[in-house]
Structures are given as C-alpha cells and as structure tokens.
Design a protein around this ligand. Structure first.
Ligand code: GLA
Length: 502
C-alpha cells in the first residue's frame, strides 16, 4: 500500500476518534425549572497537556478551573473564585460519553455522585459579561419612604423557589383580612425566582409562575396593600435567574410600569464582577434608577452586611440594608443574628434601617416562646417586620405574635431609634430602646435553656423615680417595688416591658 494512502486511512480512522474524545468545548447542563426557564450550568473546558483549564458557571457564580485530574475517560475539575475576601470552590467529576458529558458533584467525599448530563453549547454562551465600570460616587436623594421600619411579608423563607402568583394573591387576601393589615403590615414582597428572560429590547419579563405582573400589582393594590419585587445588580440572582446588570434604568422603569412599590436588591452575581469596595457605587446605580422611575419604590439592599453598608446605605438611597447572612428557622440562627446587632444601633434612623433579615415566625422550627423573643428583639432593633410564613394557614398563637399591637408600637416608634444592649450576664441580656416622649422599651431576654429569675434596675436604665410599667405580651400594667423589677423568664423567652414616667 502506498505510504500516503496508508497514512490517509490511518488518519481517517484515528483523527475523528481523537477529536470526539476531547473534552474541549463549551458544555451546558440545562435543568428545566418548569416555569419557562432553565437552570444552566456551563463548563467551558480546554483540554491541554498541562491539564483541563477553563471556567465553570453555576447559578450566580463564575469559577476559574484551578485544579484538574484525568481526561475524557474520567476527570475531576476544581473551580475557585474570590467572593470578597473569601475563596469559594466547587469540584466536579465527570467523563465523556459519546456526545455527552456526564458530570456531577458530591456533597461529601463519600456521598454518591449527583450526575447531570451536559451537551455542547455555542461558544460564548454562558460566558461572564464584560464589566461595566461603576459610576463616581454621589449622594442619592432620600425618597422619603418608610419613616418607620417597613412591615409586610416576603416569599423566600417559606416558599423559596416555589412561589407563584397564586400564592402571592393568597397572601394579599390573608393579610388584608386576618388583622395583619390593620396592625400595619402592607408590603407583599416577591423574592427571587419570578424572573423570566428579556425581550428583544432588553425588557425583563416575568416567568410562567407570574403570568401578568401588572395584573398582580393591581390585585394587591386593590386590597389596599403594596407589591414588592426582587433583583440583583449582577448578571444573575442568587438562584441563577436574570439579574439587572446593565439594565438598571430599564428595569426600574419596568417595575414602575407594573406598579411595584418595593425592591430588594441582592448582591449575588455582582460578586463575580465587582469587589466589595465597589458595592456602594454599584448600589447607587439602582438608587438613582428607582428615583428616576417616577414611582415611589422602597429600596432594600441585600448584601449580607458586607463593606460596612450601614455607613453608606442612606447615601445610595437605601431604606434598609441587610446586616447579616441568611436567617434560618432555628433558635441558634435567629438568636445569633438578633443578639449580634448591638453595635449597629447608631446607624438606624427614620427612612433608613438596619435589617437583620426577615421573620421566621410561624415556620415551625421554633416554639412560640422563641418566636416571641424573635418579634420582641426585632422590635427593639427597629428592624423591618417582614413575615416569612404562610399567612393563609396560621395558628392563632402565631397570628397573635405577629399582630401584637403593643410590640408593633415599639417597632414602629416614630423616632426610629434602634435599641441596644444594656447588660449581659452570661445568657441573660437586658436590651432597651428609647421611645417617643421619653418612654423606654425594655427586654429581659433569657438565652439559656433554663427558666431564670432576672432583674433590671432603674439605675441601670438611667430611669429616675418609679416608672409606670406595662407587660407588652400580657397586655397588662405591672407594678414594681423599689429600685427595679424582677421577673421569671422562660428558657429562650423574654419579658418585654414599656416604661414611662408616672
Ligand atoms: C439570598 C438572600 C435571601 C434570598 C435569596 C434568594 O440568599 O440573602 O434573602 O433573597 O438570596 O435567592
């Protein structure tokens, strides 16, 4: 056989096999979310003699591949990225199977692989968008809204990604009729996972779970309530839906046209494009856009309390800013967050509040005693009161906690002064908040697992004489003798008092 012919035969048989066995390519796993959108994970791989290189994009995160082993018949890739000053990592294992990439992760090294199937995607799809330089800093004018902490409901704690327009209507019905509206609750806030894709002009559309946002806003307004929505300054939200990146002005106008009254703006995917030092400028963009939208829209910043947000939140037009990571429906999580807020008290003022995250009251992970502590603490903290439970089916005890008018009056005190810790003796803490007219809200909190006798003295509170005392949970005046007050406080419980001059 002539040499050339032999070579061609060899090449024909071998080259396609080599090409097919190469991991190089842009691979995508598309998981149907059943709302008209897909959760897409991209593996942009380059197989080279030195290893597998490239990037991984999953929901909001863009990782650079920093380590790899193996090849098409079996490989591992580890991606890493900086998130503020913290390094995040992901690790995948996979193999090439014909035209597919079978790829997965393990929750723990010994856990089974959760395998997904990736297909080839066009080059560039799923790539990190080009960075837009953040603007110069300036002061965004105060929008004049929420002079007292916002009160309402938010979908995330109970429903996470499952929330639908139907649920939202149901919450509005419940809030309007169960006493919550009368108690001051007004915002019905849709959190992440309402977003669809953008149209050809770049206008954001809602997904199939929210077929008509304008109609939904009209419905909620018809109940005398207000509607809130959620987005991110990044290209993707935390759940990997479309963010407002590079569409800030357009999105603010869309929200205004729909009749939206509140925006929670969650850092999420912005972390891949911007450093924490740039947050203020990035948040300022949406602050400006909301003001220019022509509709009063409450601006709630969610960036987990990074970059000392309480120092610049008001300057970007922020009405509230998260001070912590996400709350969970456990005593450990709620109490850790709540009792950690002491130092931030000086930053709260009418129209601008610290936000230690939404309420878990009624979600089932804590006792009513613990939920009373949650409500009391959030009221002393002048925190937004955003119920996070299913308002359509709530035991009377839970409704009573959420609507206690005397506790809400503490939260809504018009001077907007956040309370702080007066003393701490092991697990026993006394907190107080100054109220209009010289009154004081005082909480005797027992963080221990044992019922305890707790005392507070007038001296320690800076109170002269013998004040008038009211128990805000029992709704009755109580009398104290002498220099202070003593109460038996249940484990994880609170005695919440209002003190006023006699
Ligand atoms: C972040 C926020 C949560 C919630 C989710 C939605 O984790 O802190 O409050 O909005 O994103 O994806």
């Amino acid at each position: 056989m002539p040499v050339l012919y032999r070579y061609l035969l060899f090449a024909a048989s071998v080259i396609p096999v080599c090409a097919a066995a190469d991991l190089t390519g842009n691979w995508v796993v598309a998981q149907d979310r059943h709302d008209g959108t897909f959760r897409r994970t991209y593996f942009n791989l380059k197989q080279e003699p030195t290893g597998i290189h490239g990037s991984i994009r999953t929901t909001q995160f863009f990782y650079k591949i920093s380590e790899s082993t193996g090849g098409p018949e079996g490989f591992t890739i580890t991606g890493s990225m900086m998130d503020g000053d913290r390094e995040r990592k992901v690790r995948y294992e996979g193999k090439l199977a014909g035209d597919e990439l079978h790829i997965g992760t393990r929750n723990r090294p010994e856990a089974p692989l959760t395998e997904m199937v990736a297909h080839r995607a066009p080059d560039g799809e799923g790539a990190m968008p080009a960075r837009v330089e953040p603007p110069q800093l300036h002061k965004v004018a105060d929008n004049g809204l929420v002079r007292t902490p916002p009160m309402g409901w938010n979908s995330w704690n109970k429903f996470a990604g499952r929330v639908t327009a139907e649920d939202v209507r149901g919450m509005a019905d419940a809030m309007a009729s169960n006493g919550m509206k009368a108690a001051g609750y007004v915002y019905i806030n849709i959190d992440d996972t309402w977003e669809g894709s953008r149209d050809a002009q770049g206008n954001i559309r809602s997904n199939q779970k929210f077929p008509d946002m304008k109609a939904l806003a009209d419905y909620v307004h018809g109940k005398g309530l207000k509607l809130g929505i959620y987005s991110s300054p990044g290209p993707y939200t935390c759940a990997g839906y479309e963010g407002s990146y590079n569409h800030e002005v357009q999105d603010a106008k869309t929200y205004a046209a729909w009749g939206i009254d509140y925006l929670k703006y969650d850092w999420c995917g912005a972390r891949t494009l911007y450093k924490d030092e740039e947050m203020q400028a990035v948040y300022q963009k949406m602050g400006d856009a909301l003001l220019a939208s022509g509709r009063p829209i409450v601006y709630s910043l969610c960036q987990y309390g990074r970059a000392d947000v309480w120092k610049w939140g008001p300057d970007v037009g922020g009405n509230a800013w998260r001070t912590t990571g996400d709350i969970r429906d456990t005593w450990a999580s709620m109490s850790k967050i709540g009792f950690d807020q002491d130092k931030l008290a000086p930053y709260a003022k009418p129209g601008h509040f610290n936000d230690p995250d939404m309420l878990e009251i009624g979600n089932g992970g804590m006792s009513e005693t613990e939920y009373r502590t949650h409500m009391s603490l959030w009221s002393i903290l002048a925190a937004p009161l955003l119920a996070g439970n299913d308002l359509r089916q709530m035991p009377p005890g839970i409704l009573e906690i959420l609507t206690n008018p005397e506790v809400i009056a503490v939260n809504q005190d018009r001077e907007g002064k956040q309370g702080s810790r007066v003393s701490k003796d092991g697990d026993h803490e006394i907190w107080s908040r100054q109220l209009t007219g010289g009154a004081l809200a005082v909480g005797l909190f027992n963080r221990s697992d044992q019922e305890a006798k707790m005392q507070v003295s007038w001296k320690q509170l800076g109170v002269k004489g013998n004040p008038h005392l009211r128990d805000l949970w029992l709704h009755k005046d109580v009398s104290a003798s002498g220099e202070g007050y003593e109460a038996t406080v249940p484990a994880h419980g609170v005695m919440l008092l209002r003190l006023a001059a006699k």
